[in-house]
Every structure is written in C-alpha cells, then in structure tokens.
Design a protein around this ligand. Structure first.
Ligand SMILES: NC(=O)C1=CN([C@@H]2O[C@H](COP(=O)(O)OP(=O)(O)OC[C@H]3O[C@@H](n4cnc5c(N)ncnc54)[C@H](OP(=O)(O)O)[C@@H]3O)[C@@H](O)[C@H]2O)C=CC1
Ligand SMILES: [Mg+2]
Length: 365
C-alpha cells in the first residue's frame, strides 16, 4: 500500500467511526478547511473496491446518446439524482424483507455508494435520505473538489431509530472548479399553507467556462399512498419558489428529486405542465420520448413487492438539451430479491444525465 493509499485509507476509516459532529447544524455550505487535502478519485475508488472485495462486481450501466439538435462547444454538465437510502431507515424502518442485514452494513454500503458516484463522476450530485453528511459525504466529497450543502428534514424519521446518525435530508454537491455559487436557498416545503416535514435546496450556479447561469434544485416529497394531495401541494409550493428564483423562467432550471409519485399523479402533471417549461429527462430513453422508465425503485418489503417510477430529473426544455442518459439496471441485474442488495446500495436507482445549454442567444427556458 503506497503512501497516498494509506493516507486515503485513514481518511476512509475515519469516516466510519466519527459521530455526526455537527448533526444539529441547520446546513453547511463551506468546505471544512481540515478536509481540504485533495483526494485522487481513482485512489478512493480503489480503496472502496478493496473494502468491497468480497462483494459481487458492480453491474455495467451504459450511457445512451440522445439525439439533440443543439450541438454544444462546451463540455456537458453531468447531473446525478439519487435517493441513497438513509442508513437508519434501511436498518430500522424500511422493512426490506429479502435484503440480508449484512448487505446493509454501513462500512461497506458507504463504499458502494461512493463507488457509484466515482464511477460516473457527476459535476452536480443531488441526494435524498442523506444521514451521513457531516461524517462521510461532506468531508470526502469536499476533498474530491465538491462544495456541498445539506438541509435536514425538520422531523426526520431517522431520529426514531435507535443508534441513529442524525436526521436525514437532501444534499446538493457541485464541482467547485466548474461552477461558482451565485445564490442558495434552503426551502421548507408548505402544503395548504402549513409547513411540512419535506425540504428542498435550490442553488443558482454560474458555469466558469461559459459564464451561463442555471438553477439546480433537489427535493424529496412526502412518501406513501394516501398523501397524493399533500405531494401535489408540496410540488406547487416548490414550483412557486422556483418561479421566483429563476425570475419567471429566465434562468434555466434542473430539478432532481424523489417525488414519491408515479407519472399518473397530480404533482407530476403540475411539473409537466408548468409555465417553467419543463420536461422529464428520463422520458427521452423511451422509444417515443413520451414514456417514463418502468421503474426507478424496486424493493420487497414485509408488506409486499413495490416497483415504482418515483424519481425524476426535470429540466428547462427550451434552454437545455439532454445529450445522454445512463440506462437503468435491468430486471435480471436487479435480481429476484430486488433492492437494496449486495450489488446495489439503495432501493432507488441513480439517474444520471449529461446536459448542455442550447446555443441560441435569445433562447429562453
Ligand atoms: N417527533 C415528532 O414530533 C415527529 C416525528 N415525525 C417522524 O417522521 C415520520 C414521518 O415523516 P415523513 O417525513 O412524513 O415521512 P415519509 O412518509 O415521507 O417517509 C419517510 C421515509 O420512509 C420511507 N418509506 C416510504 N414508505 C415506507 C414504508 N411503507 N415503510 C417504511 N418506510 C417507508 C420513505 O422512503 P422513500 O421516499 O424512499 O419511499 C421516506 O424516506 C413519522 O413516522 C415520525 O417518525 C414526524 C413528525 C413529527
Ligand atoms: Mg426510502
């Protein structure tokens, strides 16, 4: 093990044992100077693979190139959307009936999550169910060059789980060498004028290369059947907030989220028909460009099997183009015991898209 690797190994192991030092902080925007020593992503990936050596190999997912009428001279912006499964919920509340408890051990599951991030190297990372921000993702990702923000749920269900690691929430990371933060808002979503337990983060970023600005948002709406109207109201509140932040759709927008809603739900229709002119990126993987994928989450709970499309990446369809999208795992890859598993760390699949700005000088979002 070379010097670099042992340094890194100690960084990785340090994250295993430390408590969520700042778990009661509202959010964190600036990188901790203590963790600024850069890490080579390849070294961290090797380190993760060493921890995972007894696990089956990762499944191959390919990027599908999508037809676009807008060739771009700038490198694309790669965005990853992922509900990573809160450790406390996975072990304590989700009741995954077919997932062995050993597959949920944080020391290894953490490395599977990092491996997925390192494999695709997104420029922007939008995560839900993050309950290891301060002790794992913020310190490691800041050393990989990301600037992170965390906004925990006010009454996270993680806090009900014994030996929890603090509340879960949304986290947004962007590569500091590619973007400059222009504006940041932590939004507690309302429904019927009442504050809810769901949150969003919306940030306006400026591309250092092109000087173009855009807004990126991450959210996790209320789960479970029976809450469709509630989700719809939360979606309307988020759209209202984003109308203001984008100055009435003048600033192009990308919204990543676990909406906990199938495409048949009202909240989906609100987004699809919004005056923000949004399209859902993963529809572009379908033959007609009009259908969402058959699933983005697939699990077996004690209450039964649950296969749903709940996760989306929305984007301003006039101002942005999707150059490519990462295909989903097939049913065969997911396997009969579904997710999470020894192969894959969450019950939700990651979604990854490459975006480019449309070049028209008068192109509106
Ligand atoms: N202490 C207090 O005063 C309060 C505490 N709370 C706590 O918060 C909880 C509700 O919080 P809220 O944010 O509304 O939660 P949600 O209903 O939105 O669900 C929370 C999590 O549970 C997961 N989930 C979804 N369906 C199931 C299922 N069938 N079985 C197990 N887990 C599931 C969701 O994952 P996914 O999105 O991946 O489906 C989600 O991350 C309460 O149960 C309570 O524990 C809430 C309010 C006040
Ligand atoms: Mg969940």
């Amino acid at each position: 093990m070379g010097n670099g690797t042992s340094r890194l190994y100690s960084a990785l192991t340090k994250t295993l044992n430390s408590s969520a030092a700042a778990q009661h902080a509202e959010y964190l925007e600036s990188p901790d100077p203590e963790h600024l020593e850069p890490i080579d992503p390849k070294e961290l990936l090797e380190e993760c693979r060493a921890v995972l050596h007894r696990r089956p190999p990762r499944y191959q997912r390919d990027f599908v190139a999508l037809r676009t009428d807008h060739p771009s001279s700038h490198p694309p912006i790669r965005v990853m959307q992922w509900n990573i499964l809160a450790q406390a919920l996975g072990e304590g509340k989700d009741n995954f009936a077919q997932c062995p408890v050993e597959a949920l051990k944080w020391e290894e599951r953490k490395c599977l999550i990092l491996e997925e991030i390192l494999a695709y190297q997104p420029d922007i990372l939008c995560l839900q169910e993050v309950d290891h921000y301060f002790d794992t993702f913020q310190p490691l990702l800041s050393r990989l060059g990301y600037q992170g923000t965390f906004f925990p749920k006010p009454w996270s269900p993680c806090l009900d789980v014994e030996h929890n690691n603090g509340p879960d929430g949304c986290a947004l990371f962007f590569l500091q060498n590619r973007f400059k933060l222009v504006h940041s808002a932590n939004i507690r979503l309302t429904a019927m004028a009442l504050k809810t337990n769901q949150v969003a983060i919306a940030q306006t970023l400026e591309c250092k290369e092109s000087s173009r600005q855009f807004c990126i948002a991450v959210t996790h709406l209320k789960a479970r059947t029976g809450w469709e109207q509630f989700r719809s109201a939360q979606g309307c509140d988020l759209l209202r907030n984003l109308q203001n932040i984008t100055q009435g759709a003048k600033i192009p927008l990308i919204i990543c989220g676990d909406f906990n809603a199938e495409p048949t739900e009202e909240v989906y229709r609100h987004f699809a028909s919004s005056s923000l002119n949004l399209n859902s990126a993963y529809k572009l993987l379908s033959a007609d460009g009009q259908s969402e994928p058959p699933y983005t989450t697939w699990k077996i709970r004690t209450s039964g099997e649950s296969r749903h499309t709940l996760d989306y990446i929305w984007y301003s369809k006039h101002a942005l183009s999707v150059q490519s999208a990462l295909d989903l795992l097939t049913e065969e890859q997911i396997g009969p015991n579904r997710l999470p598993s020894f192969n894959y760390p969450s019950d939700h699949l990651s979604l990854v898209c490459d975006f480019s700005f449309n070049e028209e000088p008068d192109g509106l979002s």
